[in-house]
Design a binder for this molecule. Structure first.
Ligand SMILES: [Zn+2]
Length: 160
């Protein structure tokens, strides 16, 4: 498995298996087991609202319903960790996919993208996949490398 194997289906669909915006964290836990890490901050119901399975990060609403509000793949590490079908067991592969490799693979997959100006700043550039609303942010090192790919719901759901 490579970073692109994780990335391209996410870019196309905006979801990673059970992890999709609007689903509940418990649906992901049912598929992948307990998250491997969580954020230190807690929401109104005393629960963390940031969870991670290695390089897969999930943010939920800050209440007991734990509806998923955003999903990100962090690719800015030399070695990425990724959940497998076997709960708790990680696959590992190199991070930092290059701009050229990402765009070539998106094209091979027939996945259309456009420039995303709000996050195209000095030293970084961003693209958006209209079909899924996934945004990919690249940083300029020796060449442009992918930092992360993410999707978020535009209107936070109202709990309760
Ligand atoms: Zn909620």
């Amino acid at each position: 498995m490579t970073a692109l194997d994780a990335l391209i289906p996410f870019a196309q669909t905006g979801r990673i298996g059970a992890a999709r915006v609007g689903a509940q964290l418990k649906d992901v836990i049912a598929a992948l087991g307990e998250p491997w890490a969580h954020g230190a901050s807690i929401g109104a119901d005393g629960l963390p609202y940031l969870y991670a399975y290695g390089s897969l990060e999930i943010a939920t609403c800050q209440a007991h319903c734990q509806v998923i509000e955003s999903i990100a793949i962090q690719t800015d590490l030399p070695t990425m960790e990724w959940p497998t079908r076997e709960p708790g067991r990680a696959a590992t592969f190199p991070g930092y996919p290059t701009y050229g490799d990402v765009l070539r693979t998106l094209a091979q997959a027939g996945c259309r993208w456009e420039e995303y100006e709000p996050l195209s700043l000095e030293g970084q550039c961003a693209i958006r996949v209209p079909a899924s609303d996934v945004i990919l942010v690249f940083e300029d090192a020796d060449e442009f490398q992918l930092c992360n790919a993410s999707v978020a719901q535009h209107r936070p759901h109202t709990c309760g």
